[in-house]
Design a protein around this ligand. Structure first.
Ligand code: ATP
Length: 356
C-alpha cells in the first residue's frame, strides 16, 4: 500500500521548496500518495484559519506530514505539529556534500546529527508579568540571594525540563546513537548543556542521558557547555557524531552547524516521537527571497529523504541522496546561495535527472 503524505506548504518559500521536493518524489514514481492540504496564510483567506479542522484530520490519517515553514500568524501550525501531535524529538543532521558553499577550509567529513529536545526547555511559551511569580513566590531566593521582588517591574520566562521529558528524550538519543553505530558511525553522544549555570535543569538532562547509557555499553559519552560547543562546531565539526541538547541550545547550534556545511538552505530535519511525524527544512520563510524561484530546495529534499527513511523506503531515500550528491559534485545546477545561477525548479529538475 502507498504511504500517505500530508503536505502543508506553509508560508514564504515553504510552498516553493516543498513543491520542488514533491515534484521529484512524484516524477521519480516513488510509491507515495501525496496530498496538498489548505494551511497557512493562504488558508486564512480561503478558510478563515491557518489550520482548518479538515487539514488536521487528514494529517492524523497520514503516515507523515511534509511541512514548509510558517510566518508568525501561522504559529498554530507549529504548535499543532510539535505539541498537538506530540513530536518531542527534532532530528537535525548536518552533512557536508562536496561542492556546497561551506565557509570552512576543510569541510569534508562533516556528518553529525543534532538531536534537539522539541517540546520543553525555553519553548514552553510560559512567559508573563514578573508580578505573577513575585506574588506566588514571596520567599523564593535566587542562587545569588535576591528575592524576585528585588527586580521590581519586569517579565519572566520559565525554562521547564520535566523528568518524563528528559527521560524519553535521553532514551531516544541513546537508541538513535546505537542505531548509527550499527551502521558504522563512532557511537558517541555529546550532551550539550550549561549545567555550571543551570545545575537543576541542564543537570537533569545530563543525568538522564547517563542513566540511559547504562543500557548501551557500546556508546561513549562526552559533555560540553554550549558556549564551548559553539566554538568546537566551527573548529572540529568532523569530530562529532550525535549531539543531544535542549530546545533553545539546539535551535541555535543547528543554524550554526548548517552554516558550516554550506548554509541554511542545505538543512532538513525530522520531528518524531508523536502520533504522526513531520519533516521540514530547518530554515524559515525567508521573506526576502520568497516568490522569486531562487530558494535552495536542498533542505526540503533532504527532509523528504529522512521521511522516506522513516517510512522504510531506504532504497528510494538512498537514490534521492545520491542524486543530490551528484548535483553538488557536478556544480552546474546550483542555486544562488551556493554560488550558482539555477532557480529552485532547475535545481530540482537536475536532482530528478540523476535519480536511478
Ligand atoms: P525563522 O525564525 O522562521 O526560522 P529566520 O528569520 O531565522 O526564520 P529564514 O527565513 O530561515 O530566517 O532565512 C534567513 C535568511 O537565510 C534568509 O534571509 C535567506 O536569505 C536565507 N535562506 C533561508 N532559507 C534559504 C533557502 N532555502 N535558500 C536560500 N537562502 C535561504
Amino acid at each position: 500500500m502507498k504511504k500517505k503524505i500530508a503536505v502543508l506548504g506553509g508560508d514564504g518559500i515553504g510552498p516553493e521548496v516543498v513543491g520542488a521536493a514533491c515534484q521529484i518524489l512524484e516524477k521519480a514514481n516513488f510509491s507515495l500518495d501525496i496530498e496538498w492540504l489548505p494551511n497557512g496564510e493562504a488558508a486564512l483567506e480561503t478558510h478563515g484559519t491557518v489550520l482548518p479542522e479538515e487539514t488536521k484530520k487528514q494529517c492524523e490519517e497520514s503516515d507523515a506530514v511534509f511541512f514548509g515553514s510558517a510566518n508568525p500568524p501561522s504559529d498554530p501550525i507549529i504548535m499543532y505539529l510539535r505539541w498537538g501531535l506530540g513530536n518531542y524529538v527534532n532530528i537535525r543532521p548536518t552533512k557536508y556534500y562536496t561542492g556546497a558553499a561551506s565557509p570552512l577550509k576543510s569541510p569534508e567529513g562533516i556528518d553529525l546529527v543534532i538531536l534537539r529536545e522539541n517540546s520543553e526547555g525555553m519553548y514552553t511559551y510560559a512567559e508573563g508579568d514578573l508580578a505573577l511569580v513575585q506574588d506566588a513566590l514571596p520567599e523564593f531566593r535566587t542562587r545569588h540571594g535576591k528575592s524576585l521582588g528585588d527586580y521590581g517591574k519586569g517579565n519572566f520566562a520559565l525554562r521547564i525540563m520535566s523528568e518524563t521529558g528528559m527521560k524519553r528524550f535521553s532514551k531516544y538519543a541513546c537508541e538513535f546513537a546505537q542505531d548509527r553505530k550499527n551502521k558504522g558511525f563512532p557511537g558517541n553522544i555529546t550532551v550539550v548543556t550549561k549545567s555550571n549555570m543551570f545545575p537543576q535543569t541542564c543537570g537533569m538532562l545530563e543525568k538522564a542521558v547517563q542513566e540511559e547509557l547504562v543500557d548501551y555499553p557500546e556508546l561513549t559519552y562526552t559533555r560540553f557547555y554550549v558556549d564551548d560547543m559553539a566554538r568546537r562546531l566551527v573548529r572540529f565539526p568532523d569530530r562529532f557524531d550525535v549531539i543531544a541538547t535542549s530546545n533553545l541550545f539546539g535551535d541555535i547550534l543547528t543554524d550554526e552547524a548548517d552554516e558550516i556545511a554550506g548554509g541554511l538552505g542545505m538543512a532538513g530535519s525530522a520531528c518524531v516521537g508523536g502520533k504522526v511525524p513531520y519533516f521540514e527544512s530547518v530554515h524559515g520563510t525567508a521573506p526576502d527571497i520568497a516568490g522569486k524561484n531562487i530558494a535552495n530546495p536542498t533542505g526540503a529534499i533532504l527532509s523528504a529523504k529522512y521521511m522516506l527513511d522513516y517510512l522504510g523506503m531506504e532504497q528510494e531515500a538512498d537514490s534521492l541522496e545520491k542524486a543530490l550528491k551528484t548535483v553538488y559534485k557536478e556544480g552546474k545546477d546550483l542555486t544562488v546561495d551556493q554560488g550558482g545561477k539555477a532557480g529552485t525548479t532547475q535545481f530540482a529538475e537536475a536532482v530528478l535527472r540523476h535519480i536511478k
